[in-house]
Design a protein around this ligand. Sequence first.
Ligand SMILES: [Mg+2]
Length: 401
Amino acid sequence: MTIGQLTIILWGEGCFNIKITKIEPIIISYTLPTPIRTSFGVMSQRNQMILNIHTDEGIVGHGEVWTNYPAWNADEKNILLKRGFEELLIGQNPLDIEGINSRINSGVINSGTGRQWGAYGHIMQAVSGIDIALWDIKGKYENKPLYRLVSESGGRVRDVVPAYASGLDPRDFDVYIGDVIDMGYGTFKVKVGFSDEVDLSNVAKMRQLIGQDRELFIDANQGWSDSEQALGMLDKLKVFGPVLIEEPVAAYKIKDYVKVKAAGLMKVAGGENLYGVREFVEPLEQMSLDLVQPDIAKTGGVTEFLKIIKLAKSYGIDYAPHMFSTGIAQMASLQIMFGIEGGTIMEVDGNPNPFLTEMLSERFVKFSDGSFTIDDSKELPGIGFVLNQDFIDKYRREPKI
Ligand SMILES: [Mg+2]
């Protein structure tokens, strides 16, 4: 060992001797004024999970774990995080994100128990919250926002990220579509995959409400059984000018995606139900998608998200983050879009949603006129926000058995 190497080790131990002391899952919940309908069910209550990782230096990292479906997902995650992960994380250095992910990989994902359990997606959703919180700690420790940490140049690659309004149900949204249009969105997404009659009626109504100049996406939420059914419906729906179909069939039916894409009726997007970069490999190899939509709170956090978009880029495929949870996942996704090339558009829940609009008391990436921009004068480190503690206290609920 040289003196230089010894110096690095001693300096490293002195400066990076920070340890995880506690992980704290927090469930927040509210009843939706208007239930959100998809081809696979109805969401009448939003149950979300914030994950705080505490350290012995007082830095607290905030992450988010996807818990939208089923309604008891957050309660199950609470047990998973406290019993499956906490012991593995206590005492670890949170700045060693790669090391912790490798520890999780061998200790949970690919452990004998993990493989017997077989709950890979569920585990990766939990990992997402841990990984986002670790990146938040890293940014706070280095006093840098996430986009500077992940960007090749250390700066941003764009000044504006356009957004689209999603989660809108035509059976309700003529009540408030005017408000959503006034927010300046240029693109809207409507759910399909219910029945031929309902889909035709909903898409026609959406096109009528948004006019001819705004862009229309449609999302089947894996509702069609195969490429034949999907292409039959898309052929009927194309008259309304949708430019993109999301998840026409189940995420694992890659050959059907290839056929839908080959028909060339509109772009084919997917990825919100693929977990970790390993589940994106085959869809990308088979060229079954025109656009990947990983969800940072589901697929494994910042670390896996970065791997996925890097792999997609190697096939010439862009990304558009899937996002349907809280402002934490939204801020993390946006910072990646500001830091890494290839991002096209950001999903935003178009319904009234206090978890997006009130949960963060400060944030430096702002929404206005249908898009997001950075306010440099208010730059914050890490994921880039301050949690509104009064809001959390108001919406917090204890886990149930
Ligand atoms: Mg979707």
